[in-house]
Ligand binder design. Sequence first.
Ligand code: MSP
Length: 514
Amino acid sequence: MNRIYFTTPIYYVNDTPHIGHAYTTVVTDILSRYFKLIGYESYFLTGTDEHGQKVQNKAKELDRDPQEYVNEMVIRFQEVWKELNIDYDQFIRTTDAFHVKGVQSALQALFDKGEIYATEYEGLYCVSEEIFYTSKDVTDGKCPQGHAVQSISEKNYFFKMSKYQTQLIAYIEAHPDFIRPDFRRNEVLGFLKKPLEDLCISRPKTRLSWGIELPFDSEYVTYVWFDALLNYATAVGYSNGTRQDEFKKRWPHACHIIGKDILNTHAVYWPCMLMALGLPLPQMIFAHGWWLTASNEKMSKSKGPVVKPLDMKNIVGTDPLRYFLARDIYLGNDAQFSQDLVITRVNSELANNLGNLLSRSSNLIEKFYGGEVPNVKESSPDTVQLAKVASSCAQKVKQEVLKFSPNTAIGHVVDLLTEANRYLEVRAPWKSAKTNLTEAAESLYAAMECLRIAAILLHPVMPTKMTELLSRLGWHKTPAFEDALHWGLLEAGAKVVKGDPLFPRYEIKADSGL
Ligand code: MSP
């Protein structure tokens, strides 16, 4: 069986989850569920990044012990993921003992090989990003992201990252799918045109004590990014003698889904670290874009307004929010987020397109066929044509999933539902049922089949609603890709449940502030 190992970035716990975090996690969940549907064995890791200056500062500000503080904060993330129906296989915390051990063993291995050395260093340090900059990156005392930097001079430990520059460029050039989308790959190659510097991987405890102690110098802790990136490997058994088989099984299949703001750490630091450790590189690093406000600003706590995922979820519900996050953005690009946009999308594609098809056909089935899937003997050419569109939909969805393009995968299902509504308009079973029950049965059966196939193919996006939809159609099997490839599987006599609208329509409220 094909394997894939999806990861999200691990989130800083000094922030409460906002729509940006929710997006990375929801889209990774949807991809993981889609890969499962098309027959992959998918493993899904998420977690929290709990060390570093920002967490230490925040805990100090609140007069709290950092461990106690992170223990409390991590629950906020886990609760939101539960509310958003995130089906991860593992949740890693960088304070987990096995991770701390794994990081220390990677550091020791690199130190023993001569890949890490100590030197006096003077640099311009950005506390907000925890990154050292060189003078050419800094303008008016600010880093490229606009945060103030401070000049620092101290002894530190360095990883010989520069020596991997040529090897990394060659690897990226030889593996076109390693960094995606393409324009991000070009960005990284552009960045690698400048000489790569060695990476400072330590912080003196006098300045930062909240981190993983260096195994070869107890006066220092590990730089938070060096610690955090290793989570992808320690989670699946790196350096753990008893989990070697698991590591071999998962590791080469890693697909890191990340935001574009953390591309260089993933596409440069991390591959160099793995090369130095003698480990294979991940299969793919996919950088997604940002959700922007109406004035095209990144939605984040430090800049502009933040939308809490649960605020939006409380308005439209979990599944419609998941649908919007996968549908309204082309994975890789930026897009705007607002309550109006969510509601507009939900109303047009879920309440109208899908919802109308379901309510019209289930109403008529209840009224004229005793609430049971009608028996159909023959198919006219327009039904045969619709059946063709429906049974080719699953393959189209699969192709888009393999391209990591959930929005276009969903688009194919939307097209099928539009086609089914058009077919019903033309055949008007609400009229024919009064005079010709056989003809109306054919139309309604076709509508039910389109809905069944659509529900299977949208199940990874909206697991709860699509399970409900399938059961309303009298289909009680676990959603399986194979069943979406074939037309005509609903059995005559299966009980159809009319129920309340599956997706209510929402009014746009001008003053919500979202
Ligand atoms: N802790 C590091 C990652 C370490 S991974 C080894 C980190 N954490 S974070 O809490 O800042 O989360 C960042 C993730 O949220 C990134 O993938 C980032 O792109 C995503 N988003 C934050 N705001 C965003 C938007 N407005 N839109 C989409 N995603 C953005 O970085």
